[in-house]
Design a binder for this molecule. Sequence first.
Ligand code: FES
Length: 577
Amino acid sequence: MRIRKTPDQLRSARWFAPDDLRSFGHRSRAKQMGFAREEFSGRPVIGIVNTWNGFNTCHTHFPERVEDIKRGVLMAGGFPVELPALSLGEQLMKPTTMLYRNFLAMEVEEIIRAHPVDGVVLMGGCDKTTPALIMGALSANVPAIYMPAGPMLRGHWKDITLGSGTDVWKYWDDRRSGKLSDKSWGEIEDGIARSAGTCMTMGTAATMMSLMEAMGMCLPGASAIPAVDASHQRMASASGRRIVEMVWEDLRPTDICTEAAFTNAIIVDMAIGGSTNAIVHLLAMARRANVPIDMDTFDRVAQGIPLIANLKPSGAYVMEDFYYAGGLRALMVQLAPRLHLNAITVTGGTLGEAIEGAEVYNADVIRSLDNPVKGAGGTAILRGSLAPDGAVIKPTAAEDRLLVHEGPAVVFSDIRDLKARVDSEDLDVTADSVLVLQNAGPVGAPGMPEWGQLPVPRKLLRQGIRDIVRISDARMSGTSYGACVLHVAPEAAVGGPLGLVRTGDRIRLDVPNRRLDLLVDETEMARRRAEWVQPKLPGGERGYVALYRRSVTQANLGCDFDFLDGTPGETPEPQIF
Ligand code: FES
């Protein structure tokens, strides 16, 4: 440990040390809670930012983990204080947790800044909790360590392993086409989520937990530990011990989340077949850290990185298998020649040191670079007349025949229109059609929900068709699959070309050449632009939604609030009078 701070230089000393009236109040009220002065004064005060609530199905183990973290903090000589924060439970929170990612990010930043904490442990995992915690911590920029929630155990039905989300979509299509009984559907419901922890496919939660390890924001090996494994408790305690040392070392998020760290995250994202949502979150985090990455960085950095994690939805296994196979450290060993191994992690050492000695124990789960699951191109960034500021597709999750495709548009003006008509027998749709969903972006929906995996129309399912080109300004669950073009920017609701598409227009998708074009001539487009008026958008015109709509940036900029952009610089400290 390289000590850079003395007790009188602790941030919390500003509250507790001075011999003045205000500090008397701080100390006397700490004592009111039963703490002696030597317990909270002169030692690192560690805030434990806990994103638990009774509706977050993935964080049900957090009340126990808080105690594990506290044990670690106390053992290392710190003083732990729990700071509950908004929980973003992906399943039960509506209309979408993405609407509230920035809300949590702001809350995290402000609860750190406003309180006498010297360092924080960030407890998260369920989808948006991870980016929100890191965004807030970057802006507050006090020493921070991330404690990933860990994935749940593998799902189980008969002798079949079930993967979160991925197998739901698959069996739901079977049910819609009449191939699956009610009894089987009920059994799947019983067996697909068997323990505490996040979705156990390589969805957004597992992706973001993995990327935080790749960036060095959690302890090495932490991201894949199943939530209910005893190792997870020990990792939580170790995170508590380590954050106390990080305070003395003055090791801050901006020291760790450098351009090298973001580059490592993008490389790992490609190798694990990560969720498309990671792009939006990494862009937002990078802007908080003042690191210059943009949509094109993903395509450039991803060159030549194949998919080597054989995990659903792009592969065959789930996170529990990945953990037993060696986890992310072993995967990063395969990628070592491409990674910035000198990047610093929360350990204070380098990424190279963090992965030293890691081995692959199952070479079918974690493949080598010369025996990948699929070749390079896990995520592709598209541009063209339909997406001037970019769009995203996950080619590894789509049927190959659709990666170069031209067909007539079938347009749905919003999610209600989609729900009302997609399964109609009258819908004029064929396997060549291109389904288009408008007004599902950050401003339009609002909150850019995961509506981007538009359902394949029932009449096509009955013909045995399971994939079709779909385009929207929405996101897609990381557990989903299909030829879904997502994050189209600018979105329909702010006047982007997506909002000008009409049923019957021809659309051309060309993934190898990274193009997405609306084949309508410019005179006609100019006429449509002149006629366009913003549709009445759902979600109200007051409160948080109004703030969100006014301030959210487009997907290519990360969907953060425009007033939170830019470098955190020196932490602006609250005045204490
Ligand atoms: Fe929480 Fe998927 S619902 S991670």
